[in-house]
Design a protein around this ligand. Structure first.
Ligand code: MG
Length: 254
């Protein structure tokens, strides 16, 4: 099942995508939602599929990426935050900020939380997950290298493309998904979630021991090898098997 957020000239709403239709639902985070309307997908703008209170990102989380960087496998996840104001959806533009001279893409699998939780055991993690979507952890690499904290490098408006929709957890085998990044149609990242250092259930449990997770919150699970530069005019597409493609273009600020 695919859950998305949509807009037409009248309203913004959550809906389930079935074939080329969107069924408007009253509460996408509940299992007993009601269908309260029907639209044609082509008549709607696709919005980011969730409105999180926070976006928590994992630093190094692919064994093949650690090898590429010549880094040791970390013994616990490195985490950082992106603000909710950095979110954009499928088809929206990534704005190249004037403050940076080196912008990087990072294809990532995103976990979307379905139920409020704190101090979750690893074996219970999946009870609190709604589903999964595509994410691009856009990074001003020059500013990341310059600053001790990564907040500036990770937080510009438009630095968190997410979507196009959430695939519910029961419809997907999250521990074995091909993940790719295409830049201008060429594959530049190509890996599989079986290369995770910390699995999805471990990551949710770890973060929930630090902060309360709320419905809609996003956890970006780290990027595979092959991160690289993108420039004004480039089109970047995150593609995750069984989920879909998240497409964004880079534009100049102003
Ligand atoms: Mg990242």
């Amino acid at each position: 099942m695919k859950i998305g957020r949509f807009e037409n000239s009248l309203e913004v709403f959550y809906g389930i995508i079935e074939n080329k239709k969107v069924l408007k639902v009253d509460s996408p985070f509940s299992d007993d939602f009601k269908v309260i309307g029907e639209y044609n997908l082509e008549d709607l703008k696709i919005l980011p599929p969730t409105e999180p209170s926070k976006i928590i990102c994992i630093g190094l989380n692919y064994t093949d990426h650690a090898k590429e960087l010549g880094m040791d496998i970390p013994d616990e996840p490195i985490i950082f935050l992106k603000p909710p104001t950095s979110i954009i959806g499928d088809g929206d533009n990534i704005i190249y900020p004037e403050m940076s001279k080196l912008l990087h893409y990072e294809a990532e699998l995103a976990v979307v939380i379905g139920k409020k939780c704190k101090n979750v055991k690893i074996e219970d993690s999946f009870n609190y997950i709604l589903g999964f979507t595509c994410f691009n952890d856009v990074t001003a690499r020059d500013l990341q290298r310059k600053d001790v904290q990564w907040t500036r490098a990770k937080s510009f408006d438009t630095f968190a493309p997410v979507g196009p929709w959430i695939v519910k957890k029961d419809n997907i085998e999250v521990s074995n998904l091909n993940i790719r990044m295409y830049k201008n149609g060429k594959i530049v990242q190509d890996s599989n979630t079986k290369n995770f250092i910390f699995k999805v259930d471990e990551v949710v449990s770890f973060i929930s021991k630090i902060m309360t997770l709320l419905p809609g919150d996003i956890i970006a699970t780290g990027t595979p090898p092959g991160v690289g530069e993108m420039n004004v005019g480039d089109e970047v597409v995150v593609e995750i098997e069984w989920i879909g493609r998240l497409r964004n273009k880079v534009v100049k600020e102003g």
